[in-house]
Ligand binder design. Structure first.
Ligand code: SF4
Ligand code: SF4
Length: 90
């Protein structure tokens, strides 16, 4: 699972920054096209829900999603890994 902030919904209130026990949400620094400073994610793979939802079949922790007043936080399935050719130039 991958943690996602929907920038089109986020209003930059930073409530998610306050509640995450792993400080995955960090205050953003740059306004986006709408002038909203959206939080940034620090190593979101550490999120309890990202790691364990598939195993237990339900949302774990999920406090950020619960507190977000604009329903801007969700998780999405990650694409299966696709091998692709990498060329290294010397
Ligand atoms: S709580 Fe929701 S609206 Fe507020 S900054 Fe976080 S993602 Fe954006
Ligand atoms: S589900 Fe919990 S651990 Fe994961 S990002 Fe949200 S608040 Fe942090």
């Amino acid at each position: 699972m991958k943690l996602v902030i929907d920038e089109s919904r986020c209003k930059g209130c930073n409530l998610c920054v306050l509640v995450c026990p792993y400080t995955i949400f960090q205050e953003g620094t740059k306004p986006n096209r709408r002038g909203i400073v959206v939080p940034v994610l620090d190593r979101p793979e550490r999120c309890t829900n990202c790691r364990l939802q598939a195993l237990y079949g339900r949302t774990l922790c999920g406090v950020c999603q619960m507190i977000c007043p604009d329903q801007a936080i969700h998780w999405k399935e990650e694409e299966p890994y696709e091998a692709h050719r990498v060329e290294v130039e010397y």
